[in-house]
Design a protein around this ligand. Structure first.
Ligand code: FAQ
Length: 312
């Protein structure tokens, strides 16, 4: 097939909602966009284990500890599916991880904020997993087959994560005044960073137009952010918590909540590496890689020995 025929065939599949699979022809920019987005998504899952992992030893009881352990393990699993999805596009996993460690690849801004209290763990489940699901349910219909299929399983788990966070906050909100205040404080600190997870405004989003044309993204950053606000405000009301935005108001005409402008300066500072925990997060990942070297070496040596035995 000529290049033009390949392109026609590819565009035809996208138009007909036929998934693009690893061995199919695809434009190089489509491949690179997917490697960028999926690897950054994988890094986010893995770095996202750090703020919550920090609370496993301090969970208030055995049930909460077991749930948190399971959740953090799920995030590791999500990272693994997603790194595998980048490999189906020809990316080298080691290189992908090195790109994170050298600061070349991004990960979600949200994980550069600290989890200061137990209520933050509830807020991460409710808001961070809630925002992640809003984005990822749409990605279940993304045009690249392995990414779409990974998202189906990931969304099922994220939905459990969201509910456990909400349930944990519900308990605090129905507890003592101090516990309720702790929940309100967590909402105050996590609300705006959660809205930032959806990325820059559509006018500032460099990749959205092309990614929507290729059906990698099915909704724009602003559309998903709006859906998240609309879904989350009634949940805050049930908890009896106040969203920290004095301009938050139902707009009858639009059929959506209006809300204040995000502090974009803060967003870009965090994305550029200057958030409260950026340095700490990267240092933790680099340390984990260095300290795990002997495990990888031992596994490789064992695999080699087994292969030699088999061939003998
Ligand atoms: N943080 O042109 P756009 C989770 C960058 S998973 C940092 O709009 P795009 C689970 C963007 O990369 C959370 N950087 O980009 C969990 C680009 O820079 P580049 C992660 C951001 O790709 C829960 C530049 O800005 N989810 O939470 C951010 O079309 C609890 C211009 O932006 C995903 O990754 C940001 N927030 O749209 C785990 C979902 N936003 O690459 C543990 C998949 C934008 O050119 C505990 N990703 N940037 O250097 C996506 O859907 C998209 O990539 C967006 C951004 C929507 C994030």
């Amino acid at each position: 097939m000529t290049q033009a025929e390949h392109e026609r065939h590819f565009n035809d599949k996208i138009a007909k909602e036929i998934k693009i699979e690893p061995n199919d022809w695809m434009p190089d920019e489509y491949r690179q966009t997917l490697i960028r987005q999926i690897s950054q998504h994988a890094h986010s899952e893995v770095v996202g284990m750090l703020p919550e992992g920090n609370w496993i030893t301090r969970a208030p009881n055995l049930r909460r500890k077991a749930v948190l352990l399971a959740k953090v393990q799920d995030e590791a699993g999500h990272g693994l599916y997603l790194y595998s999805a980048t490999e189906t596009l020809g990316a080298d996993r080691e290189q992908t991880i090195d790109d994170l460690h050298t600061g070349k690849a991004k990960y979600s801004s949200i994980f550069n904020y600290p989890a200061l209290t137990w209520a933050d763990i509830g807020a991460i489940g409710w808001l961070v997993d809630g925002a992640a699901i809003m984005n990822q349910v749409a990605l279940c219909r993304t045009s690249y087959g392995p990414y779409a299929r990974a998202m189906v399983k990931i969304c099922k788990e994220e939905s459990f994560h969201q509910r456990q966070g909400y349930e944990s906050l519900m308990k605090l909100c129905n507890g003592t005044p101090q516990q309720k205040a702790m929940a309100q404080d967590a909402l105050n600190r996590f609300w705006w960073p959660a809205l930032m997870m959806f990325g820059p405004n559509d006018a500032e989003s460099t990749h959205s137009e092309q990614s929507i044309a290729w059906k990698i993204k099915r909704f724009t950053n602003d559309e998903l952010r709006q859906s998240f606000v609309d879904a989350t405000v009634p949940q805050a009301e049930i908890l009896g918590l106040t969203i920290p935005d004095e301009n938050l108001k139902w707009n009858e005409e639009r059929g959506h909540y209006d809300f204040s402008e995000i502090n974009w300066d803060e967003f870009w500072q965090v994305v550029k590496g200057n958030g409260p925990c950026n340095k700490e997060r990267l240092a933790a990942r680099i340390k984990a890689k260095e300290e795990g070297l002997w495990v990888r070496e031992a596994a490789n040596a064992f695999a080699k020995k087994r292969a030699m035995k088999k061939s003998a």
